[in-house]
Design a protein around this ligand. Structure first.
Ligand code: NAD
Length: 464
């Protein structure tokens, strides 16, 4: 069927033939297996000194990963809980400069770049202060807690010229980058619909993280943690499980939908949706939290240079009874689908017959005997012996290299940006274009209202 959508997809560039992956023999002849190959290469190895702000869970992952890149040295750590400062010294050495005031870390002349791994409500201020202090910034996702805070980060990055990268590692995943080539080749026809999800099951997955037994106002600077958030009495639960409270985090949508949009925007080169509607509730984890543990959203993406118009459905469920948890983005086109897990994916394709076919579940059986004969004759004159329906092509399954870590590729992208000025895909504009619609899901659910999003200007149009 030739229509305007199909004409559109033909204009998309890219070539699957150019892919660098080698097929391997499969015992199932309907499946072709291919191995993914990471192309991330460290561009040079002159020394880059980093400081970590926020030495909690991801602060450790990010720092350990950064230290795997040649020439990276950790010189300072800032955190508000004494136990985490002790742990940093245990792990990375007693000579580290440590503080509970991030401005002291930023004032150090021997630091080139910072990793910002604090709760969401601190990201914007720390990122801006860091760039103004002459530091390059790797800022964890979501880039901002409030949509309107994003523009100042973009402006500060432009003004200072510092390298700024958001820490949603999907943007550098070998699976996402390879899936992008397949998408751009047009192999799945016209993209019409995307479904993306993140399911979790247990308490830790639902952010009920361990609270140390020595947590107290003596070991934690709670006022610094609060920052500009409403003043409340000391609460270890709020400090260690901050994601569960709207005052500090961005809920399931800001925290996890943002990863889904990062993958989707990387693949489609989209700048974002124009309409967002979400339903959210505290469904299962009624532990005093006010952030949704179940949120579903629908978004529409208008046609752009790099993709046709399509619909997106996202689901974040922190109490899934399926028991396995998981993460996925499925792009469904008219002629196939790309089904992405965390760092693996499958491509399915089909070919529809030009003939409609007849019989089976069809009106044909309800025709009189004479009409059946007349119809068969007419069909055969028009279509010959062509059958209707469709045929599936071979499924292509991609697997990442053993122990592949997309976070490492993402760190390499950040440090290459510093060393050789190579482009940063997940820059501040990209970060606002993924965090904005994700955070808008919370606003839509709260207001029970579909919101219009101006993806170009990165602004909600009808939020009030
Ligand atoms: N990219 C990913 O896959 C990924 C995964 C998990 C978390 N994250 C992001 O990383 C960030 C941190 O998450 P986490 O799970 O590590 O949280 P966490 O609570 O384990 O760690 C946060 C740390 O920040 C410190 N902190 C808070 N306010 C501070 C301040 N004003 N100054 C200095 N330190 C301060 C706390 O003491 C704490 O140790 C969040 O924004 C989260 O969304 C990203």
């Amino acid at each position: 069927m030739e229509n305007s959508r199909r004409k559109f997809i033909k204009n998309i560039g890219g070539s699957v033939a150019a892919l660098s992956v080698a097929p391997t023999v499969s015992p199932n002849e309907n499946i072709v297996h291919k191995s993914l190959v990471s192309k991330a290469k460290v561009s040079a190895n002159d020394k880059i000194r980093i400081g970590l702000i926020g030495a909690g869970i991801i602060g450790h992952y990010d720092t350990d990963t950064a230290l795997k890149v040649d020439g990276i040295e950790l010189v300072a750590v800032c955190d508000l809980y004494t136990g985490r400062i002790e742990r940093a010294k245990e792990k990375w050495g007693n000579s580290l400069f440590t503080t509970n005031d991030y401005r002291e870390l930023l004032a150090k002349k021997d630091i080139d770049a910072v990793l910002i791994c604090t709760p969401d409500h601190w990201h914007q201020k720390m990122a801006i202060d860091a760039m103004n202090a002459g530091k390059h910034v790797y800022c964890e996702k979501p880039m901002i807690q409030k949509i309107e805070d994003g523009h100042a980060i973009i402006e500060t990055q432009k003004k200072t010229g510092k390298v700024f990268q958001v820490g949603s590692q999907r943007a550098s995943s070998v699976a996402i980058l390879e899936a992008k080539k397949y998408f751009e080749s047009g192999i799945i026809g016209e993209l019409t619909y995307v479904e993306a999800y993140c399911d979790r099951t247990d308490a830790k997955g639902a952010w009920q993280y361990s609270i140390p037994t020595d947590a107290s106002p003596q070991t934690i600077d709670f006022d610094k943690f609060l920052g500009n958030a409403p003043k409340v009495p000391f609460s270890a639960k709020r400090f260690f499980r901050w994601r569960n409270y709207k005052d500090y985090g961005t809920g399931s949508a800001g925290d996890l939908t943002v990863h889904l949009l990062t993958g989707l925007h990387t693949i489609t080169s989209s700048i974002g949706p124009n309409k967002i509607f979400a339903l959210g509730e505290v469904n299962y984890w009624k532990d005093g939290r006010d952030a949704y543990d179940l949120i579903n959203s629908f978004m529409t993406y208008p046609q752009a240079k790099t993709h046709p118009s399509f619909q997106l459905y996202t689901r974040i469920n922190l109490a899934s009874g399926e028991g396995k948890g998981g993460f996925g983005i499925k792009l469904i086109g008219t002629d196939g689908a790309i089904d992405i897990g965390w760092n693996d994916f499958k491509v399915k394709t089909l070919k529809r017959s030009v003939a409609p076919g007849f019989g089976g579940y069809d009106s044909f059986d309800s025709f009189s005997a004479k009409q059946k004969e007349d119809y068969k004759k007419w069909y055969s004159e028009k279509y010959g012996d062509k059958k209707g329906g469709y045929e599936m092509g071979k499924t292509i399954e991609f697997a990442p290299p053993a122990n592949y870590d997309d976070r490492l590729d993402h760190m390499i992208s950040f440090f290459n940006g510093i060393r050789s000025n190579s482009p940063i895909l997940e820059d501040a504009t990209f970060g606002l274009r993924t965090a904005g619609p994700s955070i808008a899901c919370n606003i839509s659910a709260e207001k029970n209202k579909a919101l219009n999003w101006d993806a170009e200007k990165m602004k909600l149009i009808n939020a009030s």
